[in-house]
Design a protein around this ligand. Structure first.
Ligand SMILES: *Cc1c(COP(=O)(O)O)cnc(C)c1O
Length: 218
């Protein structure tokens, strides 16, 4: 099942890329395993998956231990409390959910202690929903200004989550806006698009899609 689902998703990623005249390999698939068991993750690894997304530190730690014979890139995609920053820097190659300059400052400090440059995305609350974490669009400039001195962070780009919907088309303005914000601030990468809306996200310039349910729940 995982195998067929992955093949289908990869095909859809390629098609969405072609539709917008982009190279399919310009879009990285992060496989979100928060609702998957080790067996299912192993099936994904067998199909060539190397980028794994988790939204909880504890789950990621347990899974990483079970899978430690595999060389994988671990992505933190969920909300990160600052008292967990230390552990997160040790666990994750990429943190997609940096939602305040304060958190960035703490991550920078922890990365320095670990002799590491930590890759991050700035999470942006484009839709303005109260339930969502993220920097407000108008706050990005100030965030970047503050982060200028954070030598142990590499800001790869912007990340967002679109509102839940059963009509992916309604998410398009959110993705368009994130792309505009990235361009305006000289940032190259965009972590956007989930099972419900990844094709629209790719059409709008996503460079990293984070997909779980469509791989493990169908
Ligand atoms: C769960 C999650 C995803 C994946 O969502 P699916 O609907 O399972 O594809 C992507 N990004 C974040 C931040 C998530 O928490």
């Amino acid at each position: 099942m995982v195998r067929e689902n992955l093949a289908r998703i990869r095909e859809r990623i390629s098609k969405a890329a072609e539709k917008s005249s982009r190279a399919p390999d310009a879009i990285k698939l992060v496989v979100v395993t928060k609702e998957a068991g080790i067996d299912e993750i192993l099936q994904a690894i067998e199909e060539g998956v190397r980028d794994i997304g988790e939204n909880r530190l504890k789950d990621a730690l347990a899974k990483k231990e079970s899978l430690d014979s595999h060389v994988l890139t671990w992505h933190m995609i969920g909300h990160l409390q600052s008292n967990k920053a230390k552990e997160a820097v040790k666990l994750f190659s990429v943190i997609h959910s940096v939602d305040s300059a304060k958190l960035a400052e703490i991550l920078n400090k922890e990365a320095r202690k670990n002799g590491k440059v930590q890759d991050i995305f700035i999470e942006v609350n484009v839709s303005g929903e109260k339930s969502k974490f993220g920097v407000q669009p108008k706050g990005i400039e100030a965030f970047l200004k503050e982060a200028e001195t954070f030598r142990n962070l590499k800001i790869r780009g912007l990340m967002t989550m679109a509102p839940f919907t059963d009509n992916a088309e309604t998410t398009r303005p959110v993705f368009k806006k994130l792309k505009e914000l990235a361009d305006a601030n000289g940032l190259k990468e965009l972590s956007m698009g989930m099972s419900q809306d990844f094709e629209v996200a790719i059409e709008e310039g996503s460079t990293m899609v984070r997909i779980g349910r469509a791989i493990f729940k169908q």
